[in-house]
Design a protein around this ligand. Structure first.
Ligand SMILES: [Zn+2]
Length: 333
């Protein structure tokens, strides 16, 4: 159970540097400080079977690249689920110039408002990669992370008390490259990937919200039945440490491991570039079905989604309680 165990945990959140060099060999570097964040009384538990149902629904829609009827169906499904949990849902339509021509894309944003202006973003992409000659349904990439994100939203929204920080669940369109490889097409100013996340970063800036974002958590390919999450080397260390330590305290020591996971870019990259602390929960290595017709529902499990869901939910109060150093965020409260 995620509830009630915080009080017993001497989690220390003091003195967290903003950036640390990732280290493949060192153990978790979360320091211990008190007092522990008070647990928010969330009466609902993460249900792995519900997350699995969300994943199956998406896979049943078929391949879901940007600007297709199948992705539109997925979007309708995500929006209706978020609304049913009581979130405030908005969509942001934009169009992007891609190697396959101009494509209409839409980010989906579900929000649980709070007492302060501080924002924590919890995110996943919801498009599948476009393949000309392959039926790619993306059970792990990204149906599992979308399903997990929906279930996290349901649990967090069920809290009877207004949260201290705003939780915003963002579903990005157009993460995947249209060309075969990540860097085959596009250029420095207009890469052929992360269309939705880059668009969202510009929206945050337009709305003067960049400084208010405490952290971004990205879920991507975290539903494999043989789940093992290494440490993405681009991610912000203090944030990764909180999640890794929380996962281990929940008993998932075999999942939250210290080996480096180098994915070479993902939806968190544009946020990191704009100064937002970000972490990617991703298993790319050892997932042999990545971008193949075999990325099917039998490769993912309800248990893996629950492990990530429980860990993220239990990490949220700790991330919310993390006091960033410096002046940058003093206006965010
Ligand atoms: Zn992918």
């Amino acid at each position: 159970m995620a509830i009630g165990f915080f009080g017993a945990l001497p989690l220390l959140l003091g003195g967290c540097p903003r950036k640390e060099l990732p280290s493949a060999t060192s153990g978790p570097s979360v320091s211990v400080s008190s007092p522990s964040p008070t647990p928010s009384a969330i009466p609902t538990a993460f249900n792995g079977e519900r997350a699995m149902e969300h994943a199956k629904k998406q896979v049943d829609f078929g391949p879901r690249p940007p600007d297709t009827p199948e992705l539109a169906k997925t979007r309708t499904y995500i929006i209706s689920e978020l609304k049913s949990y009581g979130l405030t849902v908005t969509t942001d339509d934009f169009s992007a110039s891609t190697p396959e021509g101009r494509k209409k894309m839409t980010n989906i944003i579900g929000e649980i408002p709070a007492e302060t202006k501080t924002i924590i973003l919890i995110t996943s992409h919801y498009d599948t990669k476009f393949f000309k000659d392959m039926r790619f349904v993306g059970a792990n990439d990204p149906a599992a992370s979308v399903g997990t994100l929906l279930e996290i939203a349901r649990v967090v929204a069920s809290s009877p008390t207004k949260p201290k920080v705003t939780y915003r669940f963002v579903f990005f369109d157009g993460e995947e490259a249209f060309c075969e490889g990540w860097d085959d097409c596009g250029n420095e100013g207009n890469p052929d990937h992360t269309y939705g996340s880059r668009h969202y970063v510009t929206k945050l800036a337009e709305r003067n919200e960049t400084e208010a974002v405490r952290a971004l958590i990205l879920l991507d390919m975290m539903g494999y039945s043989k789940l093992e999450l290494g440490r993405d080397t681009m991610s912000t260390r203090w944030l990764q440490d909180i999640i890794w330590q929380t996962g281990r305290e929940l008993g998932y020591t075999n999942v939250f491991v210290d080996r480096p996971e180098g994915v070479g870019g993902d939806d968190h990259e544009p946020f990191l570039k704009t100064g937002i602390d970000s972490v990617d929960l991703i298993q790319l290595s050892d997932y042999h079905y990545w971008h193949t017709p075999q990325d099917t529902i039998d490769k993912i499990s309800a248990q893996s989604m629950k492990i990530v869901g429980d860990t993220v939910i239990a990490s949220l109060p700790r991330i919310a309680a993390h006091e960033p150093p410096g002046q940058r965020r003093s206006s965010a409260q």
